[in-house]
Design a protein around this ligand. Structure first.
Ligand SMILES: Cc1ncc(COP(=O)(O)O)c(C=O)c1O
Length: 379
């Protein structure tokens, strides 16, 4: 039988996390915190597990949660949304991305993907018979070349997949990016997938440019978020998608046959926490900025070169002063010999450029960051 994803191996995140474990290395590869989410939130999960909230949730999510999310979106992005018809709670952002792509991409449709791209994007397109058009962004600033995006658009272009703040580069958008995007899609029927899972992890007083802030862009967008990133609970698998009714109707048609609904006690707990502790997400940027600053300050003692991230919990580093190995070989040796695991950035490209750049996750406690940086400084 012919594979539907013939080029897909095991994801690099699994490969590197496994290698880190086997080698007893500090794991700065896969993007997850090594600390727990807020105690008050975990307490609410126990509460709901023990108070009868253990059956199927409604298709779009429990109303207590969808109403809290709608309130948050209004407060943060000044966008009123209908929590019944423009919002769906999903098992992580990952399922939302798959549903959004499946909702709009037909065989032969073209989808623009900006590389380096999160690893689920292209396979989602491929599984739907779509064709990916990859536009590269480059180290160190990873600016989007909007002229190239414009040139890639034709009558078959169905979707543009966007991610800001950006994994793996840690770059963020400016108002100019919004203007360029707006110019390009105006007058077309192209949809947008706006992956905003790091919406709250933005540094140095810069804003997050959610497409929800802009009525004309929101009208054609699936905006996708993750509670895993916001509450240090990536293993709970809860995210959500916001889209206008005409897109959400198609999204729901797919979602109902994939997962039907999302984990009930977690949804009730998240609803309570959003209501009772709205300051948590407002403090998240500062929380991760302190980790970025510590890690970057410690890395100054190494031969790695870097520009501090503008957002996310990832820091890229250029290792060309240390080695001219390709990044996949370098991370394997780094894990084996120096006991620090990282992610090679080339795997996020369809056509990897000639660069020597790796990604570290700094969502770790201070002691782990100090130990990792000490080892990196010794190379
Ligand atoms: C850019 C990006 N999108 C989506 C996801 C998936 O989020 P979730 O864990 O909520 O499925 C991640 C997780 O690392 C990510 O970095």
């Amino acid at each position: 039988m012919e594979s539907k994803l013939p080029d897909a191996g095991t994801t690099i995140f699994t490969v590197m996390s496994r290698m880190a474990q086997e080698q007893g290395a500090i794991n700065l590869s896969q993007g997850f915190p090594n600390f727990d989410g807020p105690q008050a939130l975990r307490d609410r999960v126990s509460y709901h597990l023990n108070h009868g909230h253990n059956q199927y949730a409604p298709l779009a999510g429990v109303p207590e949660l969808t109403e809290q999310i709608a309130k948050k979106v209004l407060d943060l992005y000044s966008r009123p949304i209908d929590p019944q018809r423009e919002l769906v709670v999903t098992p992580g952002a990952t399922e939302a991305i798959y549903c959004a792509v499946t909702a709009v991409v037909h065989p032969g449709d073209e989808v623009i993907v900006l590389d380096p791209a999160y690893d689920t994007y292209a396979p989602c397109v491929q599984l739907n018979g779509g064709i990916t058009r990859h536009i590269p962004m480059h180290y160190p600033d990873f600016r989007i070349n909007w002229n190239q995006v414009k040139d890639a658009i034709n009558t078959k272009t169905r979707l543009i997949m966007l991610n800001m703040p950006h994994n793996p580069s840690g770059s963020n958008w400016s108002e100019n990016d919004i203007e360029c995007l707006r110019d390009i899609v105006q007058g077309t029927d192209i949809s947008l997938l706006s992956d905003e899972v790091y919406e709250h992890i933005v540094f140095d007083s810069h804003p997050h440019h959610s497409l929800l802030r802009y009525a004309d862009l929101a009208e054609r967008s699936f905006s996708i978020f993750s509670f895993g990133k916001t509450y240090h609970t990536t293993g709970w698998r809860v995210g959500y998608c916001i889209a206008p009714k005409h897109l959400m109707q198609e999204f729901l048609r797919v979602h109902q046959f994939i997962n039907f609904s999302t984990n009930t006690p977690m949804q009730f707990a998240l609803a309570d926490f959003l209501r009772d502790c709205p300051q948590h997400h407002l403090a998240l940027g500062g929380f991760y900025q302190r980790k970025r600053d510590l890690f970057c300050e410690l890395l100054q003692a190494s031969r790695l070169r870097f520009t501090p991230s503008a957002g996310t919990f990832f820091q890229l580093a250029d290792y060309s002063e240390i080695s001219d190995e390709v990044d996949t070989e370098f991370v394997a040796r780094l894990t084996r010999e120096h006991k620090v695991a990282a992610i090679p950035v080339s795997v996020f490209y369809a056509a990897p450029p000639d660069q020597r750049v790796i990604r570290f996750c700094f969502a770790k406690d201070e002691q782990t960051l100090r130990r990792a940086a000490e080892r990196l400084a010794a190379i």
